[in-house]
Design a protein around this ligand. Structure first.
Ligand SMILES: Cc1cc2nc3c(=O)[nH]c(=O)nc-3n(C[C@H](O)[C@H](O)[C@H](O)COP(=O)(O)OP(=O)(O)OC[C@H]3O[C@@H](n4cnc5c(N)ncnc54)[C@H](O)[C@@H]3O)c2cc1C
Length: 489
């Protein structure tokens, strides 16, 4: 039951302190009601702050009156992380986009609303490089990337967002200011709450400034595309390339089904005369001499192992090869009204087993599933396409999804490698942890957000008290109210 007196009280305090930043209009609320998952819940207000201190004010009022607060960057979350499922207030940080490069210390200080590609462009002007590069980098924000510990294509060589965060400033649920870590290369002083905030999906605090480590901008790149006889050969690449002393900056896999799909729907015959087979997109980076040496080794491996390969000699040719990876995803969208992108991650040597399991799900349930992604990290994106209006197809997709998640856990993997749990993965998250682990996570949440105002409904809350029926089909299967399964470590 909503406490309307508390809401009225909180609203008037909010207007008093931040009048100009608060939007009550239907359109503003609708725009903030959903993210990349496209499940909509209307908030009561959208607050677009101009200054970091205002975040403290918003949280203090919200905490006093138990108003749910969902922090929002660009709203590109694919798991419903920025969806205000409990209503309340959406705290939009897109205007906190100050950005400064400190060349001497090789770091960037930025507001959470900075768009990732803008940071990369500005750093490049000083010969510096911010490597994390989610495919959404042209619109997603640093705040969202920190909250999800975002990854991307270059993680295979450079690591994920977490590896570049030196310090985070922001506000606790109480509205009190904190700074975790410092702008130093090392920090071993007290609990590392900085790393706890990273990947916590806005459930433990709100980031209002980040100090990020930068590295030297690699002078050049070379791109290759190879087609392979089998998944076994293609997915042996992380180990085989390492043995040759190669560290590709990008190592992307596309399964046979995805290649077939793109050839049918986009009409691209990638390797004329060769039927659809698994492919790898490989990029090397470094100086000209390093690239010459690495390219020689890589071509040697490709000649020996691939059915055929192409290498790019210019940026235009590299773009052509990149199109294969990009169209792999976009062609799948033509197949059905819903495309679920599950960013599962397994140990490198379990990828073949995972792809085999997907093949069985595809055949067993008769649904369309394509796999592509970051095989250098074991982070494969399993895409399930189905029409939500077709109840039989939807229930098959849901069953396939459940089996997929169980398989990932059985293989020692994780249900999300970079997108986070958000809303969409709450039905599976309990399977990932044993009781003690789950209780420890709940205790952390309780300590940092005792009134549970920060992004309620995410990560933990499988059983949404608000309106379960409204959640998209994928979440509306019958949820059993049971304790998490105790798993022995
Ligand atoms: C086309 C497309 C491609 C994508 N490719 C990738 C990819 O390659 N790799 C990848 O990792 N992801 C990818 N994503 C997912 C998405 O872009 C990332 O999860 C991204 O990190 C979200 O950033 P955002 O600014 O949109 O955050 P939002 O969607 O607004 O929010 C995401 C989460 O972060 C929280 N949050 C946002 N800002 C803050 C803050 N300042 N303090 C505390 N919490 C905060 C929100 O509450 C929410 O839980 C893709 C998405 C799309 C649509």
């Amino acid at each position: 039951m909503k406490d309307y007196t508390a809401i009225a009280d909180a609203s008037s305090k909010l207007v008093e302190l931040l009048g100009d930043c608060v939007e009550w209009e239907e359109q503003a609320r609708e725009d903030a009601s959903y993210d990349g998952l496209k499940v909509s819940f209307l908030p009561d207000a959208v607050i677009r702050v101009n200054k970091a201190e205002q975040v403290g004010d918003v949280l203090r009022i919200a905490n006093e009156h138990a108003i749910p607060v969902t922090t929002r960057g660009a709203g590109s979350s694919l798991t419903g992380g920025a969806t205000p499922i409990a209503g309340g207030w959406v705290l939009d940080l897109s205007k906190l986009n100050h950005l400064k490069i400190d060349e001497n210390n090789q770091l960037a200080r930025c507001g959470p609303g900075v768009v990732v590609a803008d940071l990369q462009s500005l750093a490049a002007e000083s010969g510096l490089f911010y490597p994390p590069d989610p495919s959404s980098k042209k619109f997603c924000t640093i705040g969202g990337n920190i909250a999800c510990n975002a990854g991307g294509l270059r993680c295979v060589k450079y690591g994920v967002t977490r590896d570049y965060v030196l310090s985070l400033a922001g506000y606790l649920a109480s509205g009190e200011y904190v700074e975790w870590g410092r702008a130093t290369r090392k920090f071993a002083t007290g609990y590392n709450v900085r790393d706890l905030w990273i990947g916590s999906e806005g459930t433990l605090g709100v980031v209002t400034e980040a100090t990020l480590r930068l590295v030297d901008l690699p002078p050049g790149t070379r791109t290759f595309l190879g087609v392979f006889e089998s998944d076994e050969v293609a997915l042996s690449s992380p180990g085989e390339l390492r043995k040759l002393g190669l560290r590709p900056s990008i190592l992307e896999y596309l399964d046979r089904w995805t290649i077939d799909c793109l050839q049918k729907y986009v009409g691209t015959d990638v390797f004329p005369g060769i039927a659809p087979h698994p492919m790898l997109l490989i990029e090397l980076d470094g100086s000209e001499s390093q690239l010459d040496e690495q390219a020689k080794k890589l071509e040697g491996w490709l000649k020996k192992t691939a059915l055929a390969y192409r290498s790019a000699h210019s940026l235009e040719e590299a773009e052509e090869l990149w199109e294969v990876r990009r169209q792999g995803s976009s062609s799948m969208k033509k197949l059905a009204t819903t495309k679920l992108n599950e960013d599962v991650v397994v140990p490198l040597d379990k990828q073949v087993e995972l792809v085999g399991a997907v093949e069985r799900l595809r055949a067993g349930y008769g649904i369309k599933i394509g796999v592509f992604g970051h095989c250098g990290d074991g982070n494969l994106h399993v895409n399930l396409m189905y029409d939500e209006e077709n109840s039989v197809e939807t229930s098959r997709a849901v069953s396939a999804l459940k089996e997929l998640m169980s398989k990932v856990i059985e293989l020692g993997g994780a249900i999300s490698g970079e997108h986070g749990v958000g809303l969409a993965k709450t039905p599976f998250v309990r399977e990932q942890f044993n009781k003690a682990e789950w209780q420890a996570m709940l205790a952390i949440k309780e300590a940092l957000d005792p009134n549970k105002i920060l992004n309620p409904g995410k990560i933990f809350d499988v059983f949404h008290p608000w309106d379960q029926k409204k959640i998209s089909t994928i979440l509306s299967w019958e949820l059993e109210h049971e304790e998490p399964k105790p798993q022995e470590a």
